[in-house]
Design a protein around this ligand. Structure first.
Ligand SMILES: [Mg+2]
Length: 227
């Protein structure tokens, strides 16, 4: 690998506003408004009351009680609001020699059912994994080590494996992506869900667009032909 683009998933490769975890809580029959368990558990995680794995474990208990099964999970992925231009954008980036990764706090099974055949453009997908029992009901969640601060750790692994910082670009949209810039790679914020999108120390460029293809001019430029 020489050149790498790392994508966040939720709100980056999907349309703004679509939140996978929220949709899953709803699929499991729970409210998601002010004061809901969904919001309280996440707030407590953010406030440092427990680990990311513990947050996954607590979430899983509720999902299991709500009989969340593999079919509902796949359906949630398949019907997520789509961002335009995915296939074309991934195609162009591959043709320019980029290896593509997803590093996400979403769920592998959701990402697969959303991307369908476009999954083949990616060299690797890192996200939380749902494990199901024999009846297809969720039994446990294996937490990704690469969300929040972990996204930066993933980028550092790439750098340590010999890929130059200047050949790594990260595309994200929200607060859980914001440690990445401190790894010294270029960061692009698409359809921001973070108030920091104009802070150049965190995001080098912000783009608001219905189409993912708007990232292409930021990546492919006149320097592209210089080896
Ligand atoms: Mg996101």
């Amino acid at each position: 690998m020489e050149k790498v683009i790392v994508f966040d998933f939720d709100g980056t490769l999907t349309q703004k506003g679509a939140n996978v975890w929220k949709t899953l809580w709803e699929m499991a029959g729970y409210p998601t408004g002010e004061g809901s368990t969904y919001r309280n558990l996440f707030r407590d995680y953010i406030n440092g009351e427990y680990s990311y794995q513990k947050w996954c474990d607590l979430t899983c208990e509720y999902f299991r009680k709500g009989n969340l099964n593999s079919i509902k999970v796949s359906t949630t992925g398949a019907i997520l609001p789509r961002i335009k231009g995915i296939k074309n954008t991934l195609e162009v980036l591959k043709s320019k020699g980029y290896d593509l990764f997803i590093v996400s706090g979403s769920i592998k099974q959701i990402i697969k059912s959303y991307l369908k055949e476009n999954i083949n453009y990616f060299t690797g997908i890192y996200a939380n994994n749902f494990n199901y029992d024999n009846n297809g009901i969720i039994e446990s969640i294996t937490a990704t080590p690469f969300d929040f601060d972990g996204k930066k750790v993933f980028i550092e692994h790439l750098i340590n494996s010999g890929i130059k910082k200047e050949n790594i670009i990260f595309i994200g949209n929200s607060y859980n992506d914001e440690k990445v810039s401190s790894a010294g790679v270029k960061t692009i914020c698409i359809n921001p869900e973070t108030k920091n999108f104009n802070d150049k120390s965190i995001w080098h460029k912000a783009i608001i667009s219905e189409s993912l293809s708007k990232i292409l001019p930021e990546i492919i430029n006149e320097n592209e032909n210089i080896k």
